[in-house]
Design a protein around this ligand. Structure first.
Ligand SMILES: [Zn+2]
Length: 142
């Protein structure tokens, strides 16, 4: 029953369903390709949680050329609290799911950390360290 509803919503292009299915595939089933495809579709439909999550995953997988414009499209410079709200929503959605910390995240995290010279010991965020700090929250689910 639930599966049927889900596939109906998917074929109708329901963005929240795409986003939730994307999370399920990516995090729970570790079906990376399918999960990213759903999340990308949700992001393309301007579903904010989807844009944020897809952007952060792309950043963490070492694809800043995709991840940075995604986060920028959410206009974080004007309002960081709003983007933090999307992160809270995502954290709520993945509660209870064992989120795997892929090796690529750690590789990307270390390589990026080496380029950050500001705000090393606190969570303040400026133009130079914003993406790194957001990625850190995702990788270590903070
Ligand atoms: Zn900074």
């Amino acid at each position: 029953m639930y599966q049927n509803l889900l596939s109906l919503s998917l074929s109708a292009g329901n963005l929240e369903a795409l986003y939730l299915c994307g999370m399920e595939e990516y995090f729970k089933n570790e079906n990376i390709v399918q999960g990213l495809e759903y999340l990308h579709l949700a992001a393309q439909g301007f579903y904010d949680n989807g844009i944020y999550l897809y952007g952060i995953i792309m950043l963490s997988r070492g694809n800043p050329t995709i991840g940075i414009p995604m986060l920028d499209s959410l206009n974080w410079r004007a309002n960081k609290a709003r983007s933090d709200g999307w992160w809270q929503n995502i954290k709520t959605s993945i509660q209870g799911v064992v989120v795997k910390r892929f090796d690529v995240y750690i590789t990307t995290y270390k390589a990026t950390r080496a380029t950050i010279a500001c705000h090393r010991n606190d969570m303040r965020r400026c133009e130079a360290c914003y993406y790194f700090k957001q990625m850190k929250k995702f990788i270590f689910i903070m």
